[in-house]
Design a protein around this ligand. Structure first.
Ligand code: ADP
Ligand code: ZN
Length: 717
């Protein structure tokens, strides 16, 4: 039989089946690979390309449910579409090797029923015993953390007989979400949208765009479809961007279904990952909410996939296998023959076009729930506004902040720039502090007292002597980051409580939940945040949103810049005003006449999308044309150039297809690797994968040079 291994190999390898065993496609098996044993998946009948004398036996089958057929088809499809090795894609589905082992009982510690005498007491030991006198059995690491001591203290108490080792209950009991609990009473429009979605559940493949302004109740509406799938005995996958930050969403799920869903994201502990993977495979986990990698979980009874915030750029994985999880979610729905729901207040042009072409259906929620008005959006023309030097708030925005705070309401300032200042330069000679490994400025993070590269994580302290002119203490910050903005706000509004919310200050679900509680509880007057505050949150008392630099995303000239800026700012605007209090949004811009600003101020999404579509169609850009980017990289610049120029000369000889480049990438140096880009542009009806495969075969790669293939690129860094 052919067995696919989770390694960057082009395809499955043949293995022989011993006389007394039988294997089915999907079985997870151990096979010899050179001198070691590898774990792979039976992919199908043997291909017959290994000589009989050299073929080896499959050793054994793992005691886990076989990898479902639809998932295997998805893996084949992702590999063929993205041009990444099948084994690399399989690796994403077998991302938790431990989950394939027989479950081990987890050992923990509990208080001994009888205390031994003569124990030497220390303050740390006392803390442990006090904590354990009321706690259930726990792992040593958990006890140590709760009692604020080292694991050795716990171990010592166990050796002394004060704590005893016991089998612990499983991590989670995976109580099933209850679809029978009543949801909120839906409005007429919500009911209509919900019944469209519900009607599709249980039927075959169908994609529906659930389109509605922020606050229109999209989540409550797709919960109805999820409830239906659960009632039919099916599993549900909900994909969210930035799952680690979706505290409010989890709360609402709990209220609606009476229990928490299974979570899948990069911050799970290894034990929980293992547990969750198994629970999905054997059907104990009924609803999974996860980031893009959840798409490759081994669901056997999947009945519905929801992709929330479908337009979000974070669905595109940029490293390893470069794929778009939104698009591949639709592919999985097709292979499972189940419905998918794409949800957004600002759907991507791709999805809108698919609706117009009749490939996707649409369910729309035109108004906010409960009659709340969308906020009034207006621009502040920064060319004529006296913000003053080294100040970022215009008098208009400052006045609006004053009025909002005076009314006892909250405000949010949005600036998509982490740190204190995006650039630091020498006042004397103009020298700019740059990352030694990337084409990028170092960003000052004053709270940490460090300079940081946002691309590779390089950090250093602020130098006192300029490396270029040797002047001392000559470095000055240039431009605003959230920390610098917070300084200005603190000076302008003394005594007001300001909170900075960025990925530097909010790390995981617990901190995100705390932040949400602080804002909801009125402990904060002004939130200053980056894009992490742009999505999904509802704060009833937040009535003013100020966008400090609305033009930020428009520079750079990427063809999606306008669309992305519109989406981001519209989402940010959606944070303002809910329920009884109408909101107001002020956009500080140097180009108030730009179509994006005009569309936002007039709330003219349709017209904006139509203009955007026309421009794209004229230029042959997606979704009316196809793009494939090649990124050539390596540490030896000459070798990188040699390969890049080789590719440039050998581009496909198809007159409908154009190749741009090679050109230095925007990050021409990243983590010490030189980078060049080529871009293939083809009409929509051209199948680009065979062209690209053929192209790469014709060009020899220089030593240690890597070529990454990005089909349907979203970012052009
Ligand atoms: P969206 O996802 O479109 O931004 P949500 O589903 O998050 O909208 O709903 C916005 C807010 O309105 C939430 O607090 C939600 O609980 C509330 N809501 C929406 N629909 C209803 C309803 N029918 N009854 C009560 N509350 C609702
Ligand atoms: Zn760097």
């Amino acid at each position: 039989m052919a067995v696919l291994l989770p390694l960057p190999l082009a395809g499955p390898y043949d293995y022989r089946v011993g006389p007394e065993s039988a294997y089915r496609a999907g079985d997870i098996v151990d096979v010899p690979l050179g001198a070691r044993i590898a774990t792979g998946v039976v992919w199908g009948p043997a291909k017959g390309d290994v000589e009989a004398g050299r073929i080896k036996d499959i050793l054994s089958r793992r005691d886990v449910p076989p990898l479902p057929a639809a998932l295997r088809r998805l893996i084949d499809f992702v590999s063929a579409y993205t041009l990444h090795p099948e084994g690399s894609v399989l690796r994403m589905a077998l991302s938790v090797p431990d989950a394939l082992e027989p479950p081990k009982p987890v050992r923990g510690y509990a208080m001994a029923p009888v205390m031994p005498s003569g124990i030497k007491m220390t303050p740390a030991r006392q803390r442990v015993l006090k904590f354990m006198s009321e706690a259930p059995p726990l792992a040593a690491a958990d006890i140590a953390r709760e009692a604020g001591c080292g694991a050795a203290v716990v171990k010592g108490l166990a050796d002394a007989g004060t704590l005893v080792s016991v089998d612990m209950a499983p991590l989670t009991d995976w109580a099933g979400p209850d679809p029978g609990r009543p949801g909120p009473v839906l409005s007429t429009e919500q009911s209509k949208a919900a019944s469209d979605l519900v009607a599709a559940v249980g039927g075959g493949y169908k994609v529906t765009l659930l389109d509605g302004v922020p606050g229109s109740g999209k989540t409550e509406v797709y919960f109805e479809a999820a409830a239906r799938a659960l009632a039919l005995g099916r599993q549900v996958l909900v994909m969210l961007p930035e799952i680690a930050l979706s505290a409010q969403w989890l709360n609402r799920f709990q209220v609606r279904f009476g229990t928490e869903p299974a979570l899948w994201h990069s911050e799970l502990t290894p034990a929980r990952r293992r547990d969750t993977w198994r629970a999905v495979a054997d059907g104990r986990a009924r609803v999974v909410v996860g980031a893009r990698s959840a798409l490759f979980l081994p669901f056997n009874e999947l009945g519905l996939i929801v992709v929330d915030e479908e337009h979000d750029g974070s669905y595109k994985q940029q490293e390893g296998v470069i794929y778009n999880a939104r698009d591949m979610a639709v592919a999985r729905a097709r292979f499972e023959d189940i419905p998918a729901v794409l949800v957004s207040a600002t759907p991507s042009l791709e999805t809108v076009t698919n609706v117009q072409r009749g490939r996707y259906s649409e369910a729309a929620l035109p108004a906010r729930h409960g009659g709340a008005a969308m906020p009034e959006i207006s621009t502040i023309d920064m060319r004529h506004s006296g913000a003053g030097s080294r100040r970022w708030l215009s008098p208009e925005l400052t006045a609006a902040l004053e009025a909002t705070l005076a009314a006892g309401e909250q405000a949010m300032l949005f600036l998509n720039r982490r740190g204190y200042a995006p650039l630091t330069l020498c006042r004397t000679c103009g020298h700019r502090l740059q990352c030694p490994r990337c084409t990028a400025w170092l960003v000052e993070h004053r709270l940490q007292g460090r300079l940081q590269c946002h691309h590779c994580g390089f950090t250093q302290s602020l130098p006192t002597v300029c490396p270029s002119c040797s002047d001392t203490d000559s470095f000055v910050p240039c431009g605003p980051g959230v920390e610098r903005l917070a300084e200005e706000v603190a000076a302008a509004f003394p005594g007001r409580r300001v909170l900075i919310a960025t990925s530097d200050t909010v790390h995981g679900p617990t901190e995100a939940a705390r932040l949400v509680r602080m804002i909801e509880g009125g402990e904060i007057d002004i939130v200053i945040g980056t894009q992490i505050v742009a999505k999904g949150y509802h704060f009833p008392a937040l009535t003013l949103v100020g966008v400090v630099d609305a033009d930020l995303g428009l520079s750079g000239g990427e063809f999606r810049a306008a669309e992305r800026t519109f989406q981001l700012l519209f989402q940010v605007a959606g944070r303002a005003g809910r329920a009884e209090r109408p909101g107001r949004v002020l956009l500080q811009t140097y180009m108030p006449e730009h179509p994006v600003m005009q569309a936002l101020a007039a709330c003219e999404r349709q017209a904006f999308l139509a203009a955007e579509a026309a421009a794209r169609e004229a230029a042959g850009m997606p979704p009316f044309g196809r793009l494939v980017a090649l990124i050539v990289s390596g540490t030896d610049e000459a070798a990188v150039d040699a390969t890049a120029f080789g590719l440039g000369r050998a581009g496909p000889r198809d007159c409908a297809v154009r190749v741009l480049g090679p050109a230095p990438a925007a990050l021409a140096l990243l983590r010490g690797r030189h980078r060049r880009r080529l871009l293939l542009i083809a009409p929509k009806d051209v199948s680009v994968q065979p062209l690209v495969k053929d192209w790469l075969r014709r060009v020899p790669l220089a030593k240690k040079v890597r070529v990454q293939i990005d089909v349907d690129p979203i970012q052009f860094f």
